[in-house]
Write a protein that binds this ligand. Sequence first.
Ligand code: PLP
Length: 381
Amino acid sequence: MKFNTKTIHGGQKHEEATGAVMPPIFQTSTYAQSSPGIHKGYEYSRAANPTRTALENAFASIENGTHGFAFSSGLSAIDCVLRLLKPGDEVVAGDDLYGGTYRMFTKLFSQYGLKFQFVDMNNVTNVTNVINEKTKLIWLETPTNPLMKIADIAGITTAVKEVNSAILIAVDNTFATPYLQRPLDLGADIVMHSATKYLGGHSDLVMGALMVKNSKLAEELHFIQFAGGAVASPMDSFLALRGIKTLHIRMQRHCENGKAIAAYLAKHPQVLKVYYPGLENHSNHLIAKKQMDDFGGMVSFILKDESKEAAFKFLENTKVFTLAESLGGVESLVNHPSSMTHASIPKETREKIGITDSLIRLSVGIEDISDLISDIEQALI
Ligand SMILES: *Cc1c(COP(=O)(O)O)cnc(C)c1O
């Protein structure tokens, strides 16, 4: 099946009892057994629930994996991956991660003896330079949030696996989605999503996803999820599955609108710099072109007037773009990373990597492009 068919049919079958085309919301915690341990495959909904199973099969299908897992949030999916490790193990991660991921690594897991090294993933050798016999996991995010940096998934995977094939490579694919980029095909072991964003696509749920292509790893992750308990609810599973069915057409429009807005901003006299992997002057445009089928709907920029006040004026002036955290929904959102999504990163670290007070991030929705551009135009005055 091609991707555009997989989003609708991948891993899916009609519900057996009634033929319902969409899986019902199995709003149940438990399942009748005919004799102790004799049941129809479901015992208790923390272990598995049929609505969640339908979604997890779709998750696996769209990322070309064999197993998918639906979590109560993107962060709980990341938490599950980190619980594969033991005290003393090391993780190499990008230096421009989602703020909540950075907070989890540095504030939660570093307390339990895991060591994190943050490097600029722009360059493969930055990663291979720091791996050692204690390194167990490489955590990649590409494109990154909010600076839209690109890491070469195949390049990093090949180089790391050459040194030690047991090191796991995990990719946070939230920004690209499998419509644009399929990390498991590029050699990664684990794909993670905040399904809150593009997979759900309608800003109406909080959810995480993991997809893998190895049964042993799947078994370990399922055990951690079951034992830790961070599962997605039946209702949210239903909504996310409904969202995935239109992922491809939403992404097509997100990409078209994102590209048009990046080009508009790049020419605007009040704009100093635009961060969008589809622009030829993006530092890793060629890698983006190689590993992505298009460039997505996330665009960040800084104004020539680099004061916080100028950025705030823009953020308060938009009318179609709503000032809010999050991204990936059908509606356009605008965000101020340094005081909103990335406030948990210390100011010096933030500024060192480029998340200054003048940086503005857009999640370009699927509205009419002329309304979006007019909105930016009036907000820049
Ligand atoms: C939102 C986000 C997360 C965290 O997911 P939640 O669903 O909010 O827990 C992780 N990574 C990226 C890139 C995100 O945008």
